[in-house]
Structure formats: structure tokens, C-alpha cells
Design a protein. Sequence first.
Length: 80
Amino acid sequence: MPTYDYFCSANSRTVEVTHKMSEGIATWGELCNKAGIETDDTPANATVKRLITGGAIISNSGSEPPCASGGCCPGGSCGL
């Protein structure tokens, strides 16, 4: 599932959350609910904007190792 960074101009905070590509988050309250954090003094209806990032994808498949050695290559030979 991809991770996204959202910025709230009402409190100048950026929060990272994971959700389906088809989902969208529009308010600070929705973002806090998804991230499992408190809204604190920021109004729940304050708008948030998704930031453009590299778009990391987290996979739980575990079917293939990240490189031929079965783990991270200390010498950097696999390029990871």
C-alpha cells in the first residue's frame, strides 16, 4: 500500500499515512483519524493537501528476497 505525506497549513504540520490509492483525505480530522493521532488545537475541518513525494510502496508479500543473497548486501553489489 502506498504512503502519502499530507500538509496542514492551519498548523504547519506534515503527516505521513498509508492508504489505498483510491482513498483521499481532505481534512485534518480525517488525516488524524487515519494516522491515529490527536487533532490537538487544530480544527478537525481544516483542509490538508497531499504533497508530491517519491511515492513509496510497502509490500507484505515477502515472496522474493530484495537481492540474490537473501538480504541486504553489505558491499552494495545488489544496488539496494
